[in-house]
Design a protein around this ligand. Sequence first.
Ligand SMILES: NC(=O)c1ccc[n+]([C@@H]2O[C@H](COP(=O)([O-])OP(=O)(O)OC[C@H]3O[C@@H](n4cnc5c(N)ncnc54)[C@H](O)[C@@H]3O)[C@@H](O)[C@H]2O)c1
Length: 355
Amino acid sequence: MEQSVAKKTVLLTGAAGFIGSHVLEHFFNKYPEYTFIVLDALTYAGDYRNIPKNIAASPNFRFVYGDVRNAKLVDTLVAQANIIIHFAAETHVTRSIHDDTVFFETDIIGTQRVAAAVVNHRDHIERFIHISTSEVYGTALQEKMNEDHPLIPQSPYAAAKAGADRLVMSYYITYKIPTVIVRPFNMFGPRQHLEKVIPRFVTSCVLGEPLTVHGTGDSKRDFTYVTDLARALDMIAHAPAEKVVGEIFNVGSSNAISVKDLAEIIPSTISKLNKPEIKFTSYAVNIGNRPGQVFRHESDSSKIERTLGWKPEISFEDGIERCVAWYLENEDWWRSKLWMRCVPIETEDGKIELH
Ligand SMILES: NC(=O)c1ccc[n+]([C@@H]2O[C@H](COP(=O)([O-])OP(=O)(O)OC[C@H]3O[C@@H](n4cnc5c(N)ncnc54)[C@H](O)[C@@H]3O)[C@@H](O)[C@H]2O)c1
């Protein structure tokens, strides 16, 4: 590893959200000599409680409440950083069908603000890691998607993220800033918002509500435990520049699981955890398909394995147990978010449904 003993300042945008907070925790524990700045607007998806208390109290940590679209603020913070990891985004596909304007504003304009600030301060920026998403690929044209798969975004969220992804690449080509684009597949773990499928199913079980499955439930996703992504980002942040700068890396487990299967796995995981005090139900109901549904989505993550030796370390079975256990033990965290689990959208057959 290069430069791991030097003091560095890491700026993480959107790290009061799910993934960013885990990445912050990983870096903070591994690099106690570093300084960390988090910029987050605390939207409905952000939660200050996601930042572990020991980090929030540390003199090496600073939380800045603010918007990634604020060019002046972003420039001031980028000026102080050596490594930037840009997570801040509107992230929920269904919500982007409900109302998409803010997706284009935050995901594209916000990314432009960060990229432009990196150009201004490129003399001391070592790495600018842009968190894109596998959703930019759309439904897989071949069984496993590598980084050369065409970009065919199928929702406003995916289109906004595809715009940001290409914007960052254009800045790399034009200004030679030290960018790395990362395209994670579906991540799961503690502190993920209730609108996403795994937390929604766990909380539905506990609340005695049906597990609502879109369409037939046959659509598949490639799930990776979030701490494995944190390790991948650590490797990317500290790899020699010639190995990673200007590159795009998928991060996924290549293990696709259908939503229908998840609706069985989650109740059986709750049973397995054997907590007699938790009463739960488990029955699935099928509702209309979400328009623009991506049906098959499986990663080929061999590039990051070849380049940096990254492989997922946490199996789906182990990850799902840790994740479900966390939701069972942290009801206080999720109870206040229940009203945000669903939004009304028009389904493929023209009905308005809560998804
Ligand atoms: N969760 C996944 O499975 C997944 C998969 C692939 C890619 N991603 C990408 O990873 C990143 C993080 O995803 P997540 O699941 O942690 O999201 P999240 O919704 O849990 O968190 C997003 C964070 O961004 C903040 N934010 C939103 N708008 C902002 C703005 N204008 N200014 C500053 N902060 C703002 C929110 O307050 C929140 O803390 C996103 O870029 C997302 O597109 C997520």
